[in-house]
Design a binder for this molecule. Structure first.
Ligand SMILES: C[S@@+](CC[C@H](N)C(=O)[O-])C[C@H]1O[C@@H](n2cnc3c(N)ncnc32)[C@H](O)[C@@H]1O
Length: 243
């Protein structure tokens, strides 16, 4: 069982820094109008995707993990909202170019080959489209050992500072790059009550989960002070689409 299997089995509804309340606050400030086509990448168990659909957006939601998506599909059915769920890798999105108005991401890009991910976000966005990405960031010193341990347990493939992420976004042709939220600490997540949470097991009785939870605590104790999070927004300039 890897970290994402664990999240899927626990049915975690908002596995990102700040949890669901941070998502709601962010959406408030973004004021995305109803009717826009949003692509959520790495939608997990679909809590944000369903929320967006309930508020009138046309939502396509992608995740690599079958078990996450199964839970997301059941959530959408229970909420009676229409979301198009697709099992796919962010590195090769099965979607046409210039397809969506907004790409929305919560704690996913760090687990992916970021160059391919940024290039796919840009490809599927319409000219002038909006990228919103909430990611864990590096707020202190990074060592090889730290990178190795975080990759081994969480599957984190890339860690960068706020400046590092801004540079990457610029390199991949994004403009109007803004940092909407920035915290040098990770803070808590998974604390909001999710009425539609589907847990596979009683985690208190599962040895595997307990072992992983202890490793999680140990890693956070050791490296948590060097990790924070940020929310980036950026646009795909219209000219970039005509190169
Ligand atoms: C930390 S979870 C966040 C889930 C959800 N965004 C949330 O906030 O609850 C990361 C998610 O990204 C998905 N993911 C990881 N790598 C991916 C990839 N290469 N392509 C698509 N999804 C991926 C995982 O399956 C998982 O659902």
């Amino acid at each position: 069982m890897d970290y994402h299997d664990l999240l899927a089995r626990l049915g975690e509804g908002s596995a990102h820094p700040g949890g669901f309340s941070a998502t709601l606050q962010l959406l408030d400030t973004l004021s995305i109008p109803a009717g826009v086509h949003i692509l959520e990448i790495g939608c997990g168990t679909g809590r944000t995707a369903c929320h967006l659909a309930r508020h009138g957006c046309r939502v396509t939601a992608v995740d690599l993990h079958r078990h996450m998506l199964d839970k997301a599909v059941r959530r959408a059915r229970k909420e009676r909202v229409d979301v198009r769920f697709i099992q796919a890798d962010v590195a090769a999105l099965p979607l046409p170019d210039n397809h969506v108005d907004v790409v929305f991401i919560e704690s996913v890009t760090i687990f992916t080959p970021w160059r391919k991910a940024l290039s796919e976000y840009s490809r599927v966005l319409k000219p002038g489209g909006l990228l919103v990405d909430r990611e864990m960031i590096l707020s202190g010193r990074k060592t090889d050992l730290m990178s190795r341990k975080l990759k081994q347990f969480y599957g984190i493939r890339t860690l960068a500072t706020v400046l590092g992420w801004k540079k990457r976004l610029r390199e991949y042709g994004f403009s109007n790059i803004e940092v909407k939220e920035h915290s040098r600490k990770m803070g808590k997540w998974g604390v909001d009550h999710d009425p539609l949470r589907e847990m596979d097991m009683n985690w208190l009785e599962d040895e595997n989960v307990q072992r992983m939870s202890r490793t999680n605590d140990r890693l956070l104790m050791k490296y948590g002070k060097r990790l924070g999070y940020a929310v980036f927004t950026a646009r795909v300039p219209s000219e970039a689409k005509h190169k």
